[in-house]
Design a protein around this ligand. Structure first.
Ligand SMILES: CCCCC/C=C/C(=O)SCCNC(=O)CCNC(=O)[C@H](O)C(C)(C)COP(=O)(O)OP(=O)(O)OC[C@H]1O[C@@H](n2cnc3c(N)ncnc32)[C@H](O)[C@@H]1OP(=O)(O)O
Length: 404
């Protein structure tokens, strides 16, 4: 009887299992990328598609397209550098020059990939129009969708760089609680627009309740503790799809995720390209680390490297964050969404109980410690929020932004 059962199991294993089937596209994609190069015809088709784009893709993408086009047709940048006041030509030159010695063939391929990522049928870095809310209901600051075994929680305040206001803290907790109980296999957090998130919305400090600033600080500490607690206790694999720069609490929380995939997206600051960064400017804000980062970061990246980030506010690029272990893998922005979602869909076909149980085995021995760290960090922060250092930093930001 046992032998018959074993024979039956073996026979089934020779058929394509769901694991074999789902891991195939990932392998296939990489094979395609290395084995195939865009032909001249593909390149010309893409140039025509660009002319047909219904929506202006924005300066950032246009500069990228320009640079890849020049690299693909003329090779490495061979123009003299324009003067600092010739802003537009300088931005174009910078974008082209940044491609270094990228071979013409690779530039052609990247151009084709980038144009295809702009096609409405594919997901792009800016995944929904600001304010649109396709499948979720009852969320003002998020778009929550569930398909292919994946619940996707997307920060949706792109005009505010996805800064997390009080409402959003509550909505994220609500979405996480729902995702922990729904029939999805994995949960993903990501951002809409050019930022992943600029962290805590600094206007959270401005609406002072009747009990004064002490009550405000206490309320924020309670909120923060509950919020971070949801990440510590989240039972399914939790994955961050970091589509752009991340600041503050959106960075520290990454230490509690099971995987972090990041785009090498360039953001433009005054027309100058800057690479996406992971930034925790707590000292500059008169604050102290949260999200359990005082415990997770030294473990992930060594105490000295964690000090540079958490105490001295050193910004890491996606590549550096990956080298330090905070980010699992970095993808080129032009193919980021396509590659990451293909991979996630494959993960979501793995046996769900095995995923949950394995996560629990890993998290179990750390959970108590993480809750204790969270409580202590919130306690310290409550004091920091009442300090002159913190008040001055927040006032500076808000007055710079003409909010005061
Ligand atoms: C209650 C729990 C507390 C948990 C403790 C958490 C701590 C942290 O997360 S600390 C980190 C806090 N975040 C920051 O310090 C970032 C502040 N923002 C910036 O430095 C910049 O806005 C930027 C670098 C993220 C982007 O700069 P730029 O490209 O120049 O864009 P704008 O500054 O013009 O931003 C557009 C728009 O968005 C508003 N905004 C962006 N981030 C925040 C924020 N964190 N809080 C509030 N508002 C933010 C910005 O004010 C602009 O608004 P408008 O002027 O109305 O267009």
């Amino acid at each position: 009887m046992a032998m018959a059962y074993l024979a039956w199991r073996l026979a089934r294993r020779s058929c394509p299992s769901s694991l074999q089937v789902t891991s195939f596209p990932v392998v296939q994609l990489h094979m395609n990328r290395t084995a195939m190069r865009a032909s001249q015809k593909d390149f010309e088709n893409s140039m025509n598609q660009v002319k047909l784009l219904k929506k202006d893709p924005g300066n950032e993408v246009k500069l990228k397209l320009y640079a890849l086009y020049k690299q693909a047709t003329e090779g490495p940048c061979n123009m003299p550098k324009p003067g600092v006041f010739d802003l537009i030509n300088k931005a174009k030159w910078d974008a082209w020059n940044a491609l270094g010695s990228l071979p013409k063939e690779a530039a052609r391929q990247n151009y084709v990939d980038l144009v295809s990522s702009l096609s409405p049928s594919l997901e792009s870095s800016s995944q929904v129009e600001p304010g649109t809310d396709r499948k979720s209901t009852g969320f003002e600051t998020l778009v929550v969708t569930s398909e292919d075994g994946i619940t996707k929680i997307m920060f949706n305040r792109p005009k505010k760089k996805n800064a997390i206001n009080t409402e959003m803290y509550h909505e994220i907790m609500r979405a996480l609680k729902a995702a922990s109980k729904d029939d999805s296999i994995i949960t993903v957090l990501t951002g809409n627009g050019d930022y992943y998130s600029s962290g805590n919305d600094l206007t959270n400090f401005t609406d002072i309740p009747p009990g004064g600033v002490e009550e405000k600080a206490k309320n924020n500490a309670v909120l923060l503790r509950e919020f971070v607690g949801c990440f510590i206790d989240f039972p399914k694999p939790l994955i961050a799809v970091v589509n752009g720069p991340a600041v503050g609490i959106s960075v520290t929380l990454l230490g509690l995720f099971d995987a972090v995939y990041a785009s090498d997206r360039m953001v433009f600051f005054s027309l100058l390209p800057l690479q996406a960064t992971f930034h925790t400017p707590f000292s500059h804000l008169g604050q102290s680390p949260e999200g359990c980062s005082s415990y997770t970061f030294p473990k992930i990246m060594s105490p000295a490297k964690a000090t540079e980030m958490l105490i001295f506010g050193k910004k890491l690029t996606a590549g550096e964050a990956c080298a330090q272990g905070l980010v699992t893998e970095v993808f080129p922005d032009s193919t980021f969404q396509k590659e990451v979602w293909t991979r996630l869909k494959a993960f979501a076909k793995l046996p769900p109980n095995a995923l949950r149980i394995s996560k629990e085995v890993i998290r179990k021995r750390e959970r108590e410690k993480l809750h204790a760290v969270n409580a202590e960090e919130c306690n310290v922060l409550q004091g920091r929020w009442l300090s002159d250092e913190c008040t001055n930093a927040v006032v500076n930001f808000l007055s710079r932004k003409s909010k005061l």
